[in-house]
Design a protein around this ligand. Structure first.
Ligand code: NAD
Length: 411
């Protein structure tokens, strides 16, 4: 089964519990528009490479579509479709006025020079500028992209449509970005982890946590949780994992990564492990914060954590989700867990449209407020309907999108 069909199972499970007409159900489950483009670029060595780029716009019932842009070798239409649908549910769960979209280019961002990345990004925008825009579809960073790519997107889009910083979020702070966007997803994961621990009657101090991925999301999550007194016992990136029973000094690991090209490779203040072994450590909380599909029916029975926070998108396969639920593991689903990023992107977009600058304090305060409300709604619904937090989040999201679709009129 492809990943879109697999992730549709989460939608179907929640939709079965709601009273949706067959037509509405079809409208909500399928993407609104899909664009695939060719990106021929000249590499620094003169060779011509022909890459493929995608933008999938899943649903626009609640507002302009919103979603990241991923540069990764595994990007294909199926993955982009899956992630675009997730964005529709995510923006609805956290109740910001957006629909869902996602984009990607099939390329290994780590193998590219800065000039190559710029050429790819500008060429990609040449091909999709007519289907994006501040009122249509607003890209943002995801794996393999960051504030530089977002600045190039704004610049390239503006060549066609006039100056418009609201076409993209995640821009550099000094170039129409917003303070706190870079930390937002990880900070949100941290805030929600603490809320879940508290709802489950657990103390933060001494709670042991393993985090997979030490990029934007993983590193900010680790920092926020460590500052809040949790014990981060394992961290990792694609080069390997590191475990220390008494807790990793996160600030030291961050410094190490900064000094070593962003990587943990060679970090010697913890026992070296594989990424697979990290997932199976005896910890209280496991936080996958790297790629999708890392927890499968095969390794799920060996997972020992009682709580999993899905910082990454789609890290748990559907069959594994059922096994973990049966084993009593509480899963905070991606559509809520990593929604801090899109929430602060919303603040950035609002700021751009008003030409009014927000302070970091205001960003953090509003983020806390929106995530706090979303968490309580998802928690309450799961208690009332006696369903998992994932099904509860999907039920709330589907209801909101269905209501907007019906109010606007289906035809
Ligand atoms: P990133 O590129 O900054 O970092 C990714 C990290 O994962 C790196 O440390 C990398 O080494 C590691 N990694 C890559 N492949 C791996 C593998 N096979 N095994 C273990 N580690 C591996 O990306 P990011 O922005 O931190 O995104 C991480 C996840 O969070 C993705 O699933 C993304 O979709 C999701 N997400 C990101 C944001 C955001 O604002 N950046 C928002 C919502 C969700």
């Amino acid at each position: 089964m492809n990943s879109f069909a697999a992730s549709q199972q989460y939608f179907n499970r929640a939709a079965d519990k709601l009273d949706l007409s067959p037509a509405l159900r079809k409208v909500l489950s399928l993407p609104n528009r899909e664009v695939t483009v060719q990106i021929p670029i000249e590499m620094d060595n003169g060779r011509i490479e022909v890459l493929t780029g995608y933008r999938v716009q899943h649903n626009r019932a609640r507002g302009p579509m919103k979603g990241g842009l991923r540069y990764h070798p595994q990007v294909d239409i199926d993955e982009v479709r899956t992630l675009a649908a997730l964005m529709t549910w995510k923006t609805a769960v956290v109740n910001i006025p957006y629909g869902g979209a996602k984009g990607g280019v099939t390329v290994d961002a780590r193998s590219l020079s800065k000039r190559e990345k710029e050429r790819i990004t500008r060429k990609f925008i040449d091909e999709i500028h007519m289907v994006i825009g501040p009122d249509i579809d607003i890209p943002a960073p995801d794996m393999g992209t960051g504030h530089e790519e977002m600045a190039w997107i704004m610049s390239q889009y503006s060549k066609y449509h006039g100056f418009n910083p609201g076409v993209v979020t995640g821009k550099p702070v000094e170039h129409y970005g917003i303070p706190g966007r870079e930390e937002a997803t990880g900070r949100g994961v941290g805030i929600l982890t603490f809320k879940l621990l508290s709802r489950m009657g657990k103390k933060i101090a001494g709670t042991t946590i393993a985090i997979q991925g030490f990029g934007n999301v993983g590193s900010h999550t680790a920092k926020f949780l460590a500052e809040g007194d949790a014990k981060i016992v394992a961290i990792s990136d694609h080069t390997g994992a590191y475990y220390r029973k008494n807790g990793i000094d996160v600030m030291d690991a961050l410094r190490y990564a900064r000094e070593h090209n962003g990587l943990l490779l060679g970090y010697d203040k913890g026992e070296a492990l594989t990424n697979e072994a990290l997932l199976e450590l005896p910890v209280d909380v496991l936080i996958p914060a790297a790629i999708g599909g890392v927890i499968t029916a095969e390794n799920a029975p060996r997972i020992k954590a009682k709580m999993i926070i899905e910082a990454a998108n789609d890290p748990i396969r559907f069959e594994a989700d059922a096994l973990l639920e049966a084993a009593g593991v509480t899963i905070l689903p991606d559509v809520l867990a990593n929604s801090g990023g899109v929430t602060v992107s919303y603040f950035e977009w609002a700021q751009n449209r008003q030409f009014y600058k927000w302070s970091l304090d205001r960003v953090r305060q509003e983020l806390d407020r929106l995530l706090g409300t979303a968490f309580e709604e998802v928690w309450e619904r799961s208690q009332q309907a006696k369903v998992s937090l994932r099904t509860s989040a999907f039920m709330i999201a589907i209801e909101r999108v269905a209501r907007a679709t019906t109010l606007a009129g289906l035809t």
